[in-house]
Design a protein around this ligand. Structure first.
Ligand code: SF4
Length: 399
């Protein structure tokens, strides 16, 4: 499989989405309006720099004319608007504003020589070319000899922090590709144009940072290629995911939401779900009630000077144990307590292995492969269901 920065990001964000899209090859015509509008703005800026390359003067008016024509020509019924208060016209106007601001900021576009527009790159992450990435750089420019700027246009509605961009992987991959393409280049600058904010943000990467990224990326590709499961990972991005109807997180909703009322109410999942919600609420009530009754019984026995209370068929024992309460795992003072127990040579006697924490750590690949394998052979694969009802719109991923 060919990899790219966005494919790898998809895997990081949701392995299930990665599988649907890149392994099963399930594609749809559906796209979010933000991505649709962003593509039209990209096309417009590509046209601008292509014309400039041929010494053609481009007026703002002709550029906007191109943008609006391409917006309308490319429009299709599968463009999805998540925000119900906005219309296609709002987004078209937003794209226009991005272009106007860009034009006014950079005209007459003499900040550097353009070396590439929508430039396809191939990056070998290892000497044998086993791990490769491909990508397209929006624009490459040369402000001065032996210096290259990698430009990326973003028509997104949020402005990331400098730290976020200093950790961005996509343009760092492009920097590695540029160094492979033109080894004589001495300086590479990564430049983002956040068009909605009329902002230009720069970042640089050291050779060490690139080497770390190269190693991490090879490890990630190996993980993908050896993966046997691709779990779904709900996040805010689910609202824009074109696979909701087949995703295990939302499939049941899509299958049931348009059923006639009687079929809907008789559907097994709906019935079991309703029952669970009812019982969960009852359980909560009972727990609270139980706590109150135990407190009242404690008071009663203390007042009466009794240790056993009799009912018709039962007897209730109320006992008090003398105990010492030590700080819990997260309480202040816990670390000092552990140090004291260790110093007294009592640690082995009173501590025990937390197998839950051990399993979690292994699941998250928290240790190197050798140590994990040495421990893993003592366990057996298991799946424990975790079931809890929440209000429909609570949590990430909506719906
Ligand atoms: S809807 Fe969300 S959880 Fe499901 S595949 Fe898409 S991104 Fe992943």
């Amino acid at each position: 499989m060919l990899y790219s920065a966005s494919r790898l990001d998809t895997y990081r964000q949701c392995p299930q989405k990665f599988k649907f899209t890149y392994i099963d090859g399930i594609t749809t015509d559906s796209e979010g309006i933000e991505a649709f509008m962003g593509s039209r703005v990209h096309e417009t800026l590509e046209t601008l720099y292509t014309d400039l390359k041929f010494c053609k003067t481009v007026t703002l008016e002709s550029l906007l004319d191109f943008y609006h024509r391409s917006f309308r020509k490319a429009w299709h019924d599968e463009v999805k608007i998540v925000r119900e208060d906005l219309t296609p016209d709002n987004y078209e106007a937003l794209g226009e504003k991005c272009i106007v601001d860009y034009y006014n900021r950079y005209a007459p576009f003499d900040q550097g020589r353009t070396l590439g527009i929508e430039h396809r790159i191939e990056l070998n992450l290892d000497a044998e070319g086993k791990y490769r990435l491909i990508g397209f750089i929006d624009r490459i420019s040369q402000p001065k000899d032996k210096v290259v700027w990698i430009h990326d246009y973003k028509a997104k509605s949020f402005l990331p922090s400098q730290q976020d961009l200093d950790e961005d992987r996509q343009l760092a991959y492009y920097q590695m590709a540029i160094k492979q393409l033109w080894p004589d280049v001495e300086e590479v600058e990564l430049v983002w144009h956040y068009l909605m904010f009329d902002q230009e943000i720069h970042s640089r990467r050291s050779a060490e940072a690139l080497e770390t990224l190269r190693e991490e990326t090879i490890a990630l590709i190996r993980e993908i290629e050896s993966a046997t499961t691709f779990p779904s990972k709900k996040s805010g991005l689910c609202n824009w995911c074109e696979h909701q109807a087949i995703c295990p997180q939302f499939k049941h909703l899509f299958e049931t939401q348009n059923l006639p009322k009687n079929e809907y109410e008789g559907e097994t999942g709906v019935q079991l779900g309703e029952r669970l919600v009812y019982l969960q609420a009852e359980e909560e009530k009972i727990k609270k009630e139980l706590k109150k009754v135990k407190e009242a019984l404690t008071d009663y026995t203390k007042k009466k000077g009794v240790e056993t209370v009799f009912t018709k068929d039962h007897k209730i024992l109320v006992k008090f144990y003398n105990n010492i309460k030590f700080p819990g795992r997260k309480d202040p003072g816990r670390q000092k307590l552990e140090e004291a127990v260790r110093a007294a040579g009592l640690w082995d006697e009173v501590s025990s292995l937390d197998v839950f924490a051990l399993a979690k750590r292994i699941e998250k690949n928290g240790w190197d492969g050798e140590r994990i394998e040495a421990i893993k052979k003592f366990g057996t694969p298991d799946q424990t269901p975790w079931i809890k009802a929440f209000p429909k719109n609570q949590g990430r991923g909506g719906r």
